[in-house]
Design a binder for this molecule. Structure first.
Ligand code: NAD
Ligand code: G6P
Ligand code: MN
Length: 440
């Protein structure tokens, strides 16, 4: 069997150890010859990398492992780039969340003005990674989950049209795991789904078991009462995420024939979200206090003891979809997966140039989207507004345009008026001056 060389871009990410453990658990179907980490923050990456080095030495000494901040070393001789960078790291996420809240608008990593601000930082960082790949390993594929994926995907479509980049999200499969549990199945892969939308903005229209039996009625009965909070929580979901899964009940009620992505709560119930936010302590603070401390604490413990049993790093179940995707491309499996791709007619009555999240068959030459057909007025209206926001952000980045960015924030369904949008924008410009292009 062929063996592959992978570089993880954003090696210092809190998700890197979980992905490494997932890659190790899948050596039988996606074998590695080399694994590299790349980050532009050498100190942050070193902690994660030194711990992973110990894990790899214990479990797979044959895989050649290294880490670097030198793009040439990182991107030379690779087959896959798995990218999960966060330009500005958590301190900037905290600002994305807190600045809009000061103006009475919700603050969220990928939605509303916070997501737009993050998009303006991410575009340059992700394009830089794509260009390193193009320069040093032009035949490689980039599997990108750097957020905000919708804006990043629009930017890569428009600005690097020939690049082999696939943008992906783990939210649908996280929700599908819950649906499978609700339906009494062991695994989400025992379901076949239809889904359409934009990233963090979509709906399931059909869920069947592998024999073709409709699972929607059973799941519907449950979601109507409990949202996506399953009968037993095996993974110890944090309270704030649990609220989001519970709120899916109200989001679902708007169109009971379908099941919504949890992120629609930010667009359909923004007033509720603001009321339930603490402007002094947002999700970024929770992540810094919990996941970041836990992952870096575990890595430091492993490094000190020189053995992996000293830490409590967990395999990232969600990362299995990244392995599925790499395997599908590497071995032409034609697996059916949800990906963020150019619409190109798949949703018949929607902008052919929009980046949409829909089922695709994935093989050696990339994704082949499946036909969705026509979508209803409600979804079409919401999606048209949101896709315009995403396109305007890329316009603003490309043209360095204050005007376009003001329009983007104004058009977001989370923002009440152009004057509020302007006030938020002016604060965001100040906060992002080290990261955004200068706007004219
Ligand atoms: P993190 O801050 O822990 O890690 C991000 C890393 O990226 C940091 O080590 C940082 O130094 C590095 N980085 C920043 N800019 C860079 C650049 N230009 N070049 C190289 N490295 C750079 O963040 P995290 O919480 O672990 O999340 C990582 C990313 O994954 C985020 O973008 C997050 O939104 C995304 N994510 C996406 C999904 C999805 O569904 N698509 C799921 C989970 C996480
Ligand atoms: C889900 C989404 C990601 C997002 C993450 C945030 O996994 O699909 O796009 O980045 O949630 O989680 P966090 O724990 O960092 O708030
Ligand atoms: Mn996502």
């Amino acid at each position: 069997m062929n063996k592959f060389s992978v570089v993880v871009a954003g090696g210092g990410s809190t998700f890197t150890p979980g992905i490494v453990l997932m890659l190790l658990a899948n050596q039988h179907r996606f074998p590695l010859r080399a694994l590299k980490f790349y980050d532009n923050d050498g100190a942050r990456q070193e902690t994660i990398a030194e711990a992973c080095k110990i894990i790899l030495k214990e479990q797979a000494p044959d895989i050649e492992f290294s880490y670097t901040t030198d793009p040439k070393v990182a991107f030379t001789d690779v087959d896959f780039v798995m990218a999960h960078i966060r330009v500005g790291k958590y301190p900037m996420r905290e600002k994305d969340e807190k600045i809009p809240l000061r103006h009475g608008v919700l603050g969220q990593e990928t939605c509303g003005p916070g997501g737009i601000a993050y998009g303006m930082r991410s575009i340059g960082g992700v394009l830089e990674i794509a260009d390193y790949m193009e320069q040093y390993s032009p035949n490689a594929w980039m599997l990108n989950y750097s957020n905000p994926a919708a804006i990043v995907a629009e930017a890569t479509r428009r600005l690097r049209p020939a690049a082999k980049i696939l943008n992906i999200c783990d939210m649908p499969i996280g929700i599908e795991s819950r649906m499978a549990q609700i339906a009494g199945l062991k695994d989400r892969k025992e379901m076949r789904v239809r889904y359409y939308g934009l990233n963090h903005f979509g709906w399931w229209t059909s869920i069947e078991d592998l024999q073709g039996n409709d699972l929607m009625p059973k799941i519907r009965e449950y979601v109507a009462k409990f949202g996506y909070v399953p009968p037993s929580d095996e993974h110890g979901t944090e309270a704030s995420w649990n609220d989001t899964f519970a709120k899916a009940k109200d989001v679902w009620a708007l169109d009971p024939e379908t099941f919504p992505n949890t992120y629609l709560k930010y667009y359909l119930f923004p007033d509720y979200v603001v009321e339930h936010s603490n402007p002094e302590r947002t999700r970024a603070n929770e992540v810094m206090d919990h996941r970041e401390k836990h992952v870096f604490g575990s890595c430091n413990a492993i490094i000190q003891a020189g053995k992996s049993s000293a830490g409590e790093l967990e395999i990232d179940e969600h990362a299995s979809y990244i392995v599925d995707l790499a395997t599908a491309i590497a071995f032409n499996t034609q697996e059916r997966m949800l990906l963020i791709v150019p619409n190109n007619g798949a949703i018949n009555n929607f902008d052919p140039e929009a980046m949409v999240e829909i089922p695709c068959l994935v093989g050696k030459s990339g994704p082949q989207p499946l036909v969705v057909g026509n979508i209803p007025q409600f979804q079409k209206g919401l999606m048209s507004q949101q896709v315009a926001v995403e396109k305007l952000v890329v316009d603003a980045w490309e043209q360095r345009s204050y005007q376009k960015l003001w329009q983007a924030i104004t058009l977001s369904k989370t923002v009440p008026s152009a004057s509020v949008a302007k006030a938020i924008l002016d604060d965001l410009i100040e906060a992002n001056k080290d990261y955004w292009p200068e706007l004219k």
